[in-house]
Design a binder for this molecule. Structure first.
Ligand code: FEO
Length: 394
């Protein structure tokens, strides 16, 4: 369906209400949208990105229903298939269309989609392309979240098309952000799962974009930001080094020993006015855990010992946290064992990407006893002291 954003600027969304998993990894509780955009400049017409290959027909039908007879340029901001996957079908339908992108994305599109080299027009960072009455300017914004990622500024209307950057997996019938808390939550989930590992790069991009006049942000997933400032401010906060007086407590327990320590630890943190976000890894939504990792000063993993090591669900959480590279400052491990094993060493070894201070783990033999509970309380004291030292707790 084509919907007008501004005169001669249209959104062409494919709404995927039912999708529940991305990359066979990331939960999509609210579905998603794949947003392409069409800009008519009088002399030339540009299509900005396409849609997921499962929705190619939706895109082509929308173009046909709006009698779009000519596409001169297909601007490709990102080679990942949820935006590029319908490019071959569009090129086939519009045989004179050229794919406009940077050199790295061009190379990746050739590899991934086997698009013929003759179909490309390569553009450099900062270069402009006029469509007649409208002019596009291209910006390389690498690592949001692949190395080739690019954004386009529609100069005349001051609309930024940043592709995944500032996006959200959120299927809505409305074209624009209307429910701001819901949009914030979805955008934070998206940031946590997809953008957080590239926090430092994003900071540089935000500085550069801050020098541009941007009246609207039209990403490739989720609703359009008619007011750009809230999402820009949210990103500034997320990518900053500021952490909050929070502990993410992600645990799994088989026979209640670890669970008892987790409960004692939670109570100890609450008494010390430290926010605790507790996740039972046997049931949790990975996205919720990722969101909590965006701000927390401390992460504590809880695991029993199974087959001489960490419970695989705890190892999985550690692996994911390590890959997402949150700005966490402190970490620890609590848990239990029956007769031996290397659970602590395993979990600590999985956190190598994180610039953390590892606080003394607390591990019970069998059911935790009073001494174990006292050690858990001491860990809470230690966390509070560290949070005070960095000025986030009183
Ligand atoms: Fe929405 Fe990285 O693709």
């Amino acid at each position: 369906m084509m919907q007008q954003l501004k005169p001669n600027v249209y959104s062409i969304r494919a709404i995927d209400w039912d999708r529940r998993l991305f990359d066979e990894l990331i939960p999509l509780p609210e579905g998603t949208t794949y947003n392409a955009y069409l800009i008519e400049g009088g002399n030339k017409t540009a299509l900005l990105d396409t849609v997921d290959p499962t929705k190619t027909d939706t895109l082509l039908d929308s173009l046909a229903a709006s009698a779009v007879d000519t596409i001169d340029y297909v601007i490709s901001h990102h080679a990942e298939q949820d935006h590029s996957g319908s490019i071959p079908a569009v090129l086939s339908r519009y045989p004179d269309a050229k794919v406009v992108t940077n050199a790295k994305c061009r190379s990746m599109l050739i590899d991934l989609l086997q698009i013929d080299e003759s179909r490309f027009l390569t553009v450099a960072d900062g270069q402009t392309l006029t469509l007649g009455t409208k002019t596009l300017q291209f910006f390389d914004v690498p690592w949001v979240h692949w190395p080739e990622t690019m954004a386009t500024l529609l100069q005349d209307d001051h609309i930024l098309f940043p592709c995944d950057f500032f996006g959200a997996h959120l299927a809505t019938s409305g074209l624009y952000v209307e429910d701001e808390p819901m949009a914030y939550e979805s955008a934070k989930r998206y940031y946590a799962e997809i953008m957080m590992p590239f926090r430092t790069m994003i900071r540089k991009h935000l500085e550069r974009l801050g020098g541009l006049r941007i009246d609207m942000i039209a990403p490739s997933h989720g609703p359009v930001h008619r007011k750009p400032q809230p999402i820009l401010d949210a990103y500034e906060d997320w990518v900053s080094d500021r952490v909050k007086n929070e502990v993410v407590l992600a645990y799994v327990s088989m026979h209640e020993s670890t669970k008892k320590m987790v409960e004692q630890f939670s109570r100890a943190l609450i008494r010390r006015n430290v926010v605790v976000r507790q996740f039972n890894l046997a049931a949790t939504d990975l996205g919720k855990l990722a969101i909590a990792l965006v701000d927390a000063a401390t992460v504590v993993l809880g695991s029993p010992t199974v087959l001489t090591g960490a419970h695989p669900k705890a190892a999985y959480a550690a692996f994911v946290a390590n890959a997402l590279r949150p700005k966490t400052r402190f970490a620890s491990i609590i848990g239990s064992f029956g007769w031996g094993g290397k659970m602590v060493e395993q979990l600590a070894g999985l956190l190598g990407n994180l610039k953390i201070e590892l606080l003394d783990p607390v591990i019970a033999k069998g059911q935790p006893n009073e001494e174990d509970f006292r050690a858990v309380d001491k860990l809470a004291d230690q966390i509070l002291a560290r949070h005070k030292e960095i000025g986030i707790a009183r």
